[in-house]
Ligand binder design. Structure first.
Ligand SMILES: [Zn+2]
Length: 397
């Protein structure tokens, strides 16, 4: 295989370009996306509000792989990556050899946008207000029932549970954000490792090795905790080697289009490895060497600010988080900068950092954690940064 060939650009689904994709958008592109004899599609069920859940099947191989995305409605990165992957697989009928190899050795079952009602309003929860990923046992959500039934019917050897995580996660204490986090979810509270979970860990090692070529140091291991209500944990217990992929943050990628490409790369790398069974030779040490997720990132950090009040003058670092609020168009967000922490933020990092020791900080409102930022940062002559009610209104850096 030619490792230098561009395995992404020709396949990128250009009709999708941001995280606010809706069910109608998906339905509009799905017929042409899957208009190829290698695919069959079927409606696997309906959401609480009656939107269809669409299962796409491809391949004839003996290893069954189930990929589902966006069971949390505001986590769309993998849905975009899946559309790119479908384009890649379609090219196998025109001779794309690695796609052909995957489809000869695997049968793929792909369920994009498990929560179309959540996607409609860019909300983690479904229309009942329920987190679908805590509904494995109670089965009160139609979306959760579809997901569980499909696993029971398909009996996949491998499962890919595709999510987005907070952009505040870091890769351990390395100072880098966790752009992609990976986990082989536990199937019991003791976090035991059996052959099923071991295979998931081995595939993750392969994914990590590939991602390190693109984003060295930006891959983390997701929090390893048993969640008995979640699907990944229960699928692992049921015998499907389940891999959690969480799309996090990367500087200057708010719409996660670079992270979408990384997610695509992760999936494609995993599928190639599953098709060839190359994962079987990988040591588990590779998995445990991936640094764990640690919440050490802010969106903006001001270092060494000099605060002058009538009572005292003192030095603080300020960590700010850009809180997203969905706009009425449901297709964009407005950012409000909230104060997340104040004081010595050594060991914490910002996607953007400002060394403020040579500036004066004028507080329009006191620094209150959890509230919107309100301050002016000035040098002798002019305003360097002005934040009003959490909105950056002036920035000259
Ligand atoms: Zn999620």
């Amino acid at each position: 295989m030619d490792s230098n060939a561009d395995h992404y650009t020709p396949y990128k689904e250009t009709r999708i370009s941001n995280r606010f994709i809706k069910h109608a958008d998906l339905l509009e592109i799905l017929p042409s996306l899957t208009n190829n004899p290698i695919f069959t599609t079927e409606v696997a069920g309906y959401s609480f509000e009656g939107r269809s859940l669409n299962l796409i099947k491809a391949g004839t191989g003996e290893t069954r792989v189930f990929i589902w995305s966006q069971m949390h409605g505001d986590e769309a990165t993998a849905t975009m990556a899946i559309c790119d992957l479908i384009n890649f697989l379609a090219a196998s009928s025109e001779g794309e050899s690695s796609g052909k190899y995957i489809l000869e050795n695997c049968t793929l079952f792909i369920l994009p946008m498990v929560s179309p009602d959540g996607a409609e309003v860019f909300n983690r929860r479904n229309a009942q207000g329920i987190d679908i990923n805590r509904d494995f046992h109670r089965q009160q959500t139609p979306e959760g029932r579809v997901l569980r039934r499909l696993r029971d019917e398909i009996k996949p050897h491998f499962g890919f549970n595709m999510h987005d995580q907070s952009t505040m996660w870091s890769t351990g204490n390395t100072g880098k954000p966790a752009t992609i986090s990976l986990l082989a979810p536990a199937y019991d509270a003791a976090l035991s490792v059996n052959a099923v979970r071991e295979r998931a860990m081995q595939v993750i090692s392969i994914i990590n090795t590939e991602l390190q070529r693109h984003i060295p140091g930006f891959v983390a291991r997701f929090d390893d905790e048993y969640e008995p209500r979640a699907f990944g944990d229960n699928f692992q217990a049921a015998g499907t080697s389940t891999i959690l992929i969480e799309a996090g943050g990367f500087k200057d990628d708010p719409e996660k289009q670079f992270i979408r490409q990384l997610t695509y790369t992760a999936l494609l790398t995993a599928l190639k490895s599953i098709a060839s069974k190359s994962y079987a030779n990988v040591s588990l040490a590779n998995y445990f060497d991936i640094p764990e997720n640690d919440k050490r990132h802010y969106h903006l950090v001001l270092r060494n600010c000099k605060v002058s009040t009538p009572v005292a003058t003192y030095k603080v670092d300020i960590g700010l988080v850009a809180d997203e609020k969905l706009n009425p168009d449901h297709r964009s967000v407005t950012y409000t900068y909230l104060i997340e922490d104040v004081g010595d933020l050594t060991g914490y990092h910002g996607y953007e950092e400002i060394e403020a020791s040579n500036y004066n900080l004028i507080l329009t409102r006191p620094l209150i954690v959890g509230e919107g930022a309100d301050f002016i940062l000035q040098d002798q002559l002019s305003t360097v940064l002005c934040v009003e009610n959490g909105r950056i209104t002036n920035k000259n850096l």
